[in-house]
Design a protein around this ligand. Structure first.
Ligand SMILES: [Zn+2]
Length: 286
């Protein structure tokens, strides 16, 4: 039994009225510069001082890529049925429900079509906030359908990866998506249509090990973490210290793993230019 018991309610501390409304300023984690939020949005979430790329949502990416931020979404209602009835610290079904409510998406991929620099394209963008952008059966199916749709319409495909890899709550079924998407991409290749893979921070695991590295052009954002296993796991396995900048875009482009490192503010222009070089909508199927 306690010696003293607080009978009356303690006096609540006065609420501190902040003169700065919340969310008006953002501090850059790289250079500590305080950035006016509206300026950051106008700058596509890139720090104006040090060019640090903040993580952005799939929707923001699509808006930045398509002309007049205008696009049409496809396969919106595909959703996972939890085939393994998986439970770890909490049931997978609950995890899905929470992510669906917070993101407003049914799964981690948005498929959209529209014009990029006047060219009709099909884009699949991954949403990291949805269970780490992980690729399960729905993500794999949506990307596959996007590629098949692009084959039918004779359009180039762009996939923007932002993912922790395969979704382990769907076990081997999620791993099968790697082969499925890769097979769809080989059909796109046979149809002589370009595939541009855009790798953003982070692109790891089964996504790197399949379609993210299969682009006719693999473009990464600056300083993005790109790899299969994480650096910590590799260090523990090989028992050696890894070099500075290991698994970052700049490191990988030097060693031929990637083709280009492109600033987000230049991304649309670069993709537009390369598509004009690689693709002519007037050329019929061979
Ligand atoms: Zn900065």
């Amino acid at each position: 039994m306690a010696w003293f018991k607080r009978v009356r309610k303690p006096i609540a501390p006065p609420e501190k009225a902040s003169r700065v409304p919340e969310g008006l300023w953002v501090k850059c984690p790289e250079c500590a510069q305080a950035i006016y939020n509206k300026d950051l949005i106008a700058n596509l979430h890139v720090c104006p001082k040090c060019a640090h790329h903040f993580r952005i949502s799939a929707t923001e990416r699509l808006k930045a890529l398509f002309d007049d931020a205008d696009y049409q979404e496809h396969f919106v209602d595909l959703t996972s049925l939890d085939p393994l009835q998986f439970t770890d610290t909490k049931p997978y079904r609950d995890r899905l429900k929470t992510s669906q409510e917070s993101s407003g998406l049914k799964d981690s991929v948005i498929v959209a079509t529209g014009r990029l620099d006047g060219i009709e394209v099909t884009v699949a963008a991954m949403e990291y906030s949805f269970i780490g952008g992980s690729m399960g059966i729905v993500a794999g199916e949506k990307i596959t359908r996007a590629i098949e749709m692009a084959c039918g319409k004779r359009q180039p495909v762009i996939v923007i990866s932002c993912s922790g890899g395969a979704r382990m709550m769907e076990g081997a079924l999620s791993l099968m998506q790697m082969a499925k998407v890769a097979a769809a991409l080989s059909r796109l290749d046979r149809a002589r249509l370009p595939f541009i893979s855009v790798l953003t921070d982070p692109t790891t695991g089964g996504v790197t090990a399949s379609f993210a590295m299969l682009g006719d052009l693999n473009i990464a954002e600056p300083k993005a973490l790109i790899g299969f296993a994480g650096p910590r796991v590799i260090e523990q396995t090989i028992k050696q210290k890894l070099p500075e900048g290991f698994q970052r875009s700049e490191f990988l482009v030097e060693r031929g793993m990637l083709d280009l490192v492109v600033d987000r503010r230049e991304m649309k222009a670069v993709i537009g230019q390369t598509l004009k070089f690689m693709y002519d909508p007037a050329v019929p199927t061979t």
